[in-house]
Design a binder for this molecule. Structure first.
Ligand SMILES: [Zn+2]
Ligand SMILES: [Zn+2]
Length: 341
């Protein structure tokens, strides 16, 4: 493990090396292969994260998701009459369903058209209601909308990756404070998703079983909650402070293979964890991410919650992720909060 032991300062008081990881660790993330740096000398207390401006809300007046401004958006489908959940075509789409598919490659250059799908799920009529304040009935409607949106996207040929995501708060990349989710469909998966798939395939090749199911058993120390259908934990090498994985126990490669009840359970677990995170960090910006792969059946689909309590800085941009809070400390605190709620 440490071949460089002889380089240690001879004046050091302890002859027996204590915990060599006492000042920090660099962990390799089994999901992605990325490195996570836990620099504990820079350790902050959770209260240091308390964001001053979580919600950048310009108010209802400027909100395009208000029920009275119905005609501003084009409906894909709705649940309820009047709608309780409304799925719309994103007015500013990343991927466009009416774009032709083309791919060009020349010299050192490569480009594709942006064929794909960009839907927005508006999951509340109320401007200020946050997802973590939803009642079970609202989460049930949301689960139905997520399943139907993803299934509709996958009914189109050539789409292999659906990315469910939610942003809340100024730091999450969100531009609108009214609760909503995005479902993006694309024919190819981006590099970090491909890295996740590669890790799963490597593990399967070596051990003949599912990496994430194996991980869930080994993450006992960092477990947040568990029930019959799901398990949630802070992964060994959290890529972000307070990051958690919420995964169904049943092996599915896409979220839309889950039943509505199973997805409802997953979303309810997300709600509980976000509420606990809010107690731990103070109300903060966050992202929820969900990965669905159609063809790659070995992939185990799951959701992630990423509290956006610190900014993405130059260390992340070069590929060092990590946190100043150890995943073990984070999960112990969250378990404690959850046990009292
Ligand atoms: Zn609104
Ligand atoms: Zn699995």
């Amino acid at each position: 493990m440490d071949s460089k032991k002889e380089q240690k300062n001879p004046d050091e008081k302890e002859a027996i090396p204590e915990n060599p990881f006492a000042n920090g660790e660099i962990r390799t993330d089994y999901r992605t292969g990325l490195k996570s740096v836990f620099a504990l000398s820079r350790k902050d207390r959770p209260m240091d994260y308390l964001a001053k401006e979580v919600i950048d809300d310009k108010g209802k007046k400027y909100c395009p998701f208000e029920p009275e401004k119905y005609d501003l958006n084009k409906t894909f489908f709705e649940i309820g009459n009047p709608w309780r959940v409304r799925v719309i075509y994103n007015k500013y789409p990343v991927f466009e369903y009416d774009a032709p598919y083309a791919h060009e490659n020349w010299d050192i250059f490569e480009r594709y058209t942006n064929y794909g799908f960009s839907f927005v799920i508006i999951d509340s009529r109320e401007h200020k209601l946050r997802f973590e304040q939803f009642l079970d009935g609202q989460i049930n409607d949301l689960a139905e909308a997520i399943l139907e949106t993803e299934n509709s996207i996958y009914n189109h040929d050539g789409i292999d990756f659906v990315y469910l995501n939610k942003n809340f708060g100024r730091k999450s990349g969100g531009t609108l404070s009214h609760s909503h989710w995005q479902t993006l469909g694309y024919f190819d998966m981006p590099k970090i998703v491909r890295a996740r798939l590669k890790k799963v395939l490597e593990f399967k090749g070596k051990h003949g079983s599912c990496l994430m199911e194996y991980a869930a058993k080994k993450e006992e120390e960092r477990k947040l909650l568990e029930n019959e259908t799901l398990i949630a934990f802070a992964p060994f090498a959290q890529l972000y402070t307070g990051e958690s994985v919420i995964m169904p126990k049943r092996h599915v490669s896409r979220i839309s293979e889950l039943s509505r009840e199973e997805l409802l359970e997953l979303l309810k677990a997300c709600k509980r964890i976000i509420n606990a995170n809010n107690k731990y960090f103070g109300v903060h910006s966050y992202n929820i991410l969900g990965y669905s792969l159609k063809k790659e059946k070995e992939f185990h689909s799951y959701l992630e919650i990423i509290p956006r309590v610190s900014d993405i800085g130059p260390t992340q941009m070069v590929g060092y992720y990590g946190s100043n809070i150890m995943p073990e400390d984070y999960s112990r605190s969250i378990r404690d909060i959850l046990s009292k709620s």
